[in-house]
Ligand binder design. Structure first.
Ligand code: DAH
Length: 434
């Protein structure tokens, strides 16, 4: 599994990985290798996103489920790379369930902003996850050749329509509506590897606050400096609200939509843990969508990551279970729950080896495995990678761990899954089984 070094990747790249839960940033050095494909231009929007609407915390919980049909999302357009497994996640909206760990974390963050800045932040948590590619990338200044635009990394409905890969996709449209302080929570989608901390759907919260000259003039600071000071003060308060009295540090980072950019880390359970990415919003985004003369801060954080750390949840698949032995342990408003494993069923390991072609990517393999085994796929790991000295062909061997969170799997069941994985890999991924 190679990571692609990016020329615009900031200082964060050189830092050692020391996270309890693996970092999921698209921007700061966690990229998988990917072929960048030029996107063909074609009209492709399937259905306009749901009308933008603001909501109070109470209304958020009652938001309507998705109204998208399968045909809206899975099309035969050659660019479409959305699977049934992914389609089934759209509209589940774990963040709208107040008693679900994801909803509990969202509620705790809302509480923090409500108590420190009453009535200031408008909350959005029912914005449709299908967005224009321009909103997901261009409007937040993601470079034209950025790896995150690749269909290897992002789910495309059509060339100009994607499943949002971050909640930053809504920054520009909400600014255009004239909002000056807002929080957006939603499900985001990324093609990715399979392990205990990676899942192709997860939840993020985005925060933005805009300031005008009247805000910074009284402070004697320049606008950008004022926004940075406010940003750090606000987010340090948030981290304390969630984690208690912890040591914190600011790390310089790179994001296309902010300058300067930072990550906030806290020292928690003996390790430095990245909590969020943030920065002073690029002036261009503000000027274009709200008007000149303003400054703003923005942040984005992953809710699964925080929930796993705060509630001791060991595997990201658990968020999607309907098992009451999991869900029953959590209660709306209770941030002190420590998850107790109800049982750990044994994993079953199966290897698959093949000669790869140039077009092969690990994300494509993982998509095949997920589509066949669903949440029974616990991990897909490259265990052998060699290039034949004479033929120059490269062989990969992957070990797939199958494990259910709820029951023991039978040999027959696992063998059948593995057989299907093998044959699908051979036919769909253009590789030669060994
Ligand atoms: N969109 C970023 C991600 O998905 C997170 C983020 C970082 C959002 C910095 C922001 C920000 O608004 O300022 O990794």
């Amino acid at each position: 599994m190679s990571l692609t070094a990016l020329s615009h990747c900031g200082p964060r790249c050189s830092l050692a990985v020391r996270h309890l839960v693996q970092q999921r940033s698209l921007w700061a050095g966690t990229f998988r290798s990917a072929q960048l494909t030029a996107l063909p231009k074609a009209p492709g929007f399937v259905r306009p996103p749901r009308q933008l609407s603001s909501s109070t915390v109470a209304q958020c919980a009652a938001a309507a489920p998705s109204v998208l049909s399968r045909a809206d999302v899975i099309t035969d357009h050659p660019f479409n790379n959305i699977t049934d497994t992914i389609f089934q996640k759209i509209g589940v909206n774990l963040h709208q369930q107040p008693g679900h760990p994801i909803g509990i974390i969202k509620g705790a963050i809302h509480d923090y902003f409500d108590s420190h800045h009453p009535t200031t932040f408008t909350k959005f948590d029912d914005l449709a996850p299908i967005v224009a590619a321009t909103a997901n990338f261009d409007e937040v200044l993601v470079p034209a050749d950025h790896v995150s635009r690749s269909p290897n990394d992002t789910y495309y409905v059509a060339p100009e329509t994607v499943l949002r890969c971050h909640t930053s996709a809504h920054q520009a449209e909400i600014l255009r509506q004239g909002e000056r302080a807002f929080l957006v929570t939603g499900d985001v989608y990324r093609r990715d590897s399979i392990d205990a901390t990676h899942y192709p759907v997860f939840h993020q919260m985005e925060g933005v606050r805009v300031f005008g000259p009247q805000d910074w003039q009284a402070s004697g600071m320049e606008g950008a400096q004022y926004a940075e000071v406010e940003l750090k003060r606000t987010l340090e308060g948030l981290a304390q609200h969630l984690f208690g009295e912890v040591e914190m540090r600011w790390i310089d980072a790179y994001f296309p939509f902010t300058e300067p950019s930072f990550e906030l880390e806290i020292f928690f359970k003996g390790q430095w843990l990245e909590v969020l990415g943030c920065g002073v919003m690029q002036q261009q985004i503000l000027d274009k969508n709200l008007g000149p003369g303003q400054k703003a801060w923005a942040f984005g954080l992953g809710l699964e990551r925080l929930a796993m750390v705060l509630f001791d949840i060991p595997d990201i698949r658990l968020f999607w279970t309907s098992d009451q032995r999991f869900l029953g342990q959590f209660k709306a408003g209770n941030m002190t729950t420590k998850f107790k494993s109800y049982s750990k069923y044994p994993p079953c390991y199966k290897d698959v080896a093949f000669w790869i072609s140039d077009a092969f990517t690990e994300n494509n393999l993982c998509e095949v495995v997920r589509d066949i085994a669903g949440d029974l796929a616990e991990e897909v790991k490259l265990i052998d990678d060699f290039t034949h000295p004479k033929t120059g062909r490269t062989s990969h061997c992957y070990r797939i761990a199958y494990r259910s969170m709820e029951r023991s799997l039978t040999d027959d069941e696992v063998n059948a899954l593995q057989e299907e994985v093998r044959s699908t890999v051979a036919t769909k991924l253009n590789v030669e089984l060994r």
